[in-house]
Every structure is written in structure tokens, then in C-alpha cells.
Design a protein around this ligand. Structure first.
Ligand SMILES: Nc1nc2c(c(=O)[nH]1)N[C@H]1C(S)=C(S)[C@@H](COP(=O)(O)O)O[C@H]1N2
Ligand SMILES: [Mo]
Length: 330
């Protein structure tokens, strides 16, 4: 069991959780599991199995598999947008699926082991605020309304790990056009679901500012790179990657790419965001990838590719997407 082993790139729970809550974390977890009727023995066994032997590709894949609506049928794989290439080898599917950040489930990258109760289908999200045609979408609407494409994007987490993965999705701006933003809208605010009974990480850190939230300027949201992704590796999105729909903004640090979106709001004020609320001096709103600007705990000059920390590369400003987004900031 690796609960107490601190890996240097992890944000330890004790650093962002009030001490009282942190000391009681095992109690919270046990209470939660007891409430669900899961006995200590079965949890112990699964922890032993997953902690001591390397999970197979199939175990990881099955754990993450998410139900999808009928309209998703025959939409995968989607045609690839040839403008985008990694410039590096693609990350293996299992390596990306095994090492994810999804604090609603776990703070230790192993969220694939905790997504069993998460129900991403059926799913609706509302798009509202300063727009002429606010409305709710379900995933059937999404699959029927938008043309899907595959994009090979680099991903860069602020903790310095990186990956190259093919997302399936459609430009965020296509969705925004559907609701007709008003000129007064300057920002787009995003929120994740907030269902503690399906996501044990929420109960483990009850004082975190749930639901997870993020934001972009409208100009950033309208940039062609900003993608709403419903799949990865030519298949519907696994739960731990943010089923059934997530944001991907590859020129920004990974925490901006909010998963499992439940609400999108056009607003005239910069929205508060999860990480900026929790640790404001470490996580800004803009959060563009920049090798020159160090995070207090991580130099951003270099990065390493999953799953191998010795496979290191120099970090590139805007994660190498300056030709698409540089104009937004000059
Ligand atoms: N709702 C939600 N979205 C989230 C996170 C999270 O904890 N909760 N983590 C973020 C961080 S820090 C990163 S690096 C990326 C990771 O995406 P991946 O786990 O699919 O690789 O998701 C982002 N989106
Ligand atoms: Mo991240």
C-alpha cells in the first residue's frame, strides 16, 4: 500500500487539506466505504492486488469503461485532423489510463481504481449565462450535433509529466456558437459534477472547493485548439480521463483541461477556479505552459514523458502551440 509514500511530483493531500481532515483521512474513507456497504476485507484485497502486482492492460481498460448513448455508435474512430502531430512518440494507451489526475477519485494518479461507481451515462450539462440561447445538452445531442475529429495533442501537467495522446472531439467554439454568446461575455466558466456517492475523492477531501472548476477567456475558448473531447485513442472516453466530455487546452497546464463537465457559463467576470482557490500563489488563472516561469515546487524547464521519468525533453513555450495561440497574448 503506497498511501504514505510521497512521490516528489505528487501534491500531497496534507498540503491542501486542513490538518484535522488530513489526520482523519483513513477514517473518512472507511466511513464512506461502510456507508456504501463495502467491507474492509474486500477493500484490503483489491488494494493488495493492485498495489503489489502490475495491473494488466485489460484490467485497466475494463475498470475505466464507460457506457455511452446509442448515438455514439459508429462515431469512433473519427477522422484525424492532419494538422496536428506530436513530434514525439505517442504515449501507450495503458500508460495514460493508469496515471491520471482526477481528484474527485484519487490524489495519487490511480483514479482508474476508484471510478467504479461513477455514472457518466446518462449525462446532461447546461450551457448558459451571457448568451442568447442557453440550453441543456445531453450526450445524444452532442453526438448528433457535432462532427467529431481526432487530434494528436501533447499534454503537459504542471507537475512536469507529459504525454502525447489522440483525443476525439470537436472545437469548443462550435458548442459556444450554438448558444450565441453576447458581447458582454468575456469569460467561460466550467464546472465538473459534484456527486460524493460516486466519487470517493470528494469525501476524502470534504473541504476542497468542489465541484472542480476552471475557466478561459472567451478569446481562448474560441481558439481553434480548444477541444471538447468525448474520446481518446479512437474510443469513447474512459471514466478516469473525464467521461463523458472534457476540455482539452494543450497550450496550458493540464489542470485547465477540466474533466466530466456538468456546466458551462458565459460571464463578464473572471471565474474562480479550483486550484486557484485552493493554492492561489501556485496556480494562476492563465496557466500557459512556459519553461521560463517556475512553479514554486517544480522548475518548468524540463518535462518527462509517461511512463518513464528518465525520458526527458525541454519544455517549449505554449507547449509548442505558439503558432495557434501566440496571437492571443501579444
Ligand atoms: N474534474 C477534474 N478535472 C481535471 C482534474 C481533476 O482533478 N478533476 N485534474 C486536471 C489535471 S491536474 C490534469 S494534468 C489533467 C489530466 O488529464 P488525464 O488524467 O486525463 O491525463 O486533468 C485535469 N482535469
Ligand atoms: Mo496536472
Amino acid at each position: 500500500m503506497n498511501f504514505f509514500v510521497r512521490k516528489p511530483w505528487d501534491m500531497h493531500q496534507s498540503q491542501h487539506t486542513p490538518l484535522e481532515v488530513y489526520r482523519q483521512r483513513k477514517l473518512h474513507r472507511r466511513n464512506f466505504l461502510r456507508a456504501l456497504g463495502i467491507s474492509g476485507a474486500s477493500v484490503g484485497l483489491s488494494t493488495v492486488l493492485s498495489g503489489c502486482s502490475k495491473p494488466t492492460d485489460k484490467e485497466i481498460e475494463q475498470a475505466g469503461e464507460a457506457p455511452v448513448p446509442a448515438a455514439a455508435e459508429n462515431r469512433y474512430p473519427a477522422p484525424s485532423d492532419e494538422r496536428f502531430t506530436y513530434g514525439r512518440p505517442e504515449t501507450r494507451k495503458r500508460d495514460a489510463a493508469e496515471y491520471t489526475n482526477f481528484y474527485e477519485f484519487s490524489t495519487r494518479k490511480d483514479s482508474w481504481q476508484y471510478v467504479e461507481r461513477f455514472q457518466p451515462d446518462p449525462w446532461t450539462f447546461e450551457v448558459g449565462g451571457l448568451c442568447n440561447k442557453p440550453r441543456k445538452f445531453d450526450m445524444d445531442d452532442v453526438y448528433k450535433t457535432f462532427q467529431l475529429e481526432e487530434r494528436a495533442y501533447r499534454h503537459r501537467c504542471v507537475e512536469t509529466w507529459a504525454m502525447c495522446v489522440p483525443w476525439t472531439g470537436f472545437p469548443l467554439r462550435e458548442l459556444l456558437r450554438q448558444v450565441e454568446p453576447q458581447p458582454a461575455a468575456k469569460f467561460v466558466a466550467f464546472e465538473t459534477f459534484n456527486r460524493p456517492s460516486e466519487a470517493p475523492g470528494i469525501n476524502n477531501s470534504p473541504d476542497n472547493p468542489w465541484p472542480y472548476s476552471e475557466g478561459l477567456t472567451v478569446a481562448e475558448a474560441m481558439n481553434e485548439l480548444a477541444l471538447l473531447a468525448t474520446g481518446i485513442y479512437g474510443e469513447p472516453m474512459p471514466k478516469q480521463h473525464g467521461a463523458p466530455i472534457r476540455l482539452v487546452v494543450p497550450w496550458k497546464y493540464g489542470f485547465k483541461s477540466i474533466k466530466s463537465i456538468a456546466k458551462i457559463t458565459l460571464t463578464d467576470k473572471q471565474p474562480s477556479t479550483f486550484w486557484n482557490t485552493l493554492i492561489p500563489h501556485e496556480y494562476g488563472f492563465e496557466a500557459n505552459v512556459d519553461p521560463q516561469v517556475s512553479h514554486p515546487r517544480w522548475s518548468q524547464a524540463r518535462e518527462w514523458m509517461l511512463p518513464d521519468r528518465s525520458n526527458r525533453f525541454d519544455t517549449v513555450v505554449y507547449n509548442g502551440y505558439g503558432e495557434f495561440v501566440g496571437g492571443l497574448y501579444s
